[in-house]
Design a protein around this ligand. Structure first.
Ligand code: DX5
Ligand code: ZN
Length: 231
């Protein structure tokens, strides 16, 4: 994975057909997705349950781009090796998931993956400052994690801008997750995000068998973000 700050659209398969992940992933990749965002929820750290490392491993063989795994679980450390075995390229853990995030980020890199740090909307991005040298990606949540289709939290735009300034010229991706649509894509890209996760906004109007809308949705999000990048 070469680092660059070009806009990347990462469809979240939380909004895909759960009985057909393989074809859904192939459909969004064929129509322009840059990364595939995989949401793991445990019903404990967040109030919803999705799936674990065995499902992630099963879908790995359908991912040709980058598998971006977002852990919404606590604890994280006992499962790091399982997600490495499952083939995650990037493994993102929440700062709020435990008291030893520094150790977690070291362990993720030690297991051979890129490390991501996610921050809930209630967490000041300044909390990431001492951890930045252990991060390949910082994910600013623009909804409270747990569900797709929620409203974008506008006040997070200022936090994205602050994080981008903190990162400076370090090779760290700024990812935004939650409520990204044609309007908010411009806001977050303008504030310095380069990876835009989008569930509902990508998967609406299409199916794996009829993926034309997926391609139109991805292209429109990318255009909105590119027009705003660096604002
Ligand atoms: C929310 C997940 C997101 C979710 C985004 O907890 O982390 O990745 O799928 O869904 P939308 O784009 O519909 O807000
Ligand atoms: Zn996510």
């Amino acid at each position: 994975m070469e680092f660059d700050r070009s806009i990347k659209i990462a469809p979240s398969i939380l909004a895909a057909d759960f009985a057909d992940f393989g074809r859904e992933i192939e459909a969004v990749e064929a129509t322009g997705a840059d990364w595939i965002h995989v949401d793991v929820m445990d019903g404990h750290f967040v109030p919803n349950i999705t799936f674990g490392p065995q499902v992630v491993k099963a879908i790995r063989k359908h991912v040709r781009t980058v598998m971006d795994v977002h852990l919404m679980i606590a604890p994280v450390d006992p499962y790091i090796d399982a997600f490495a075995q499952a083939g995650a390229d990037i493994l993102t853990a929440h700062l709020e998931a435990g008291p030893h995030t520094h150790r977690t980020l070291q362990a993720v890199r030690g297991a051979g993956m890129k490390s991501g740090l996610a921050l809930n909307p209630g967490t000041p991005v300044a909390a990431a400052a001492p951890l930045l040298d252990l991060c390949d990606l910082v994910c600013v949540m623009t909804v409270n994690p747990g569900f797709g289709g929620q409203a974008f939290i506008e006040t997070q735009v200022g936090q994205i801008r602050e994080l981008r300034a903190m990162i400076g010229d370090r090779n760290i991706h700024v990812e935004v997750d939650g409520g990204v649509d044609l309007r908010t894509a411009g806001l977050v890209a303008g504030a310095g995000a380069d990876v835009l996760v989008a569930g509902s906004a990508v998967f609406k109007g299409g199916t794996a068998a009829e993926p034309k809308a997926y391609g139109e949705n991805i292209r429109a999000l990318r255009d909105a973000a590119n027009n705003a990048q660096g604002d």
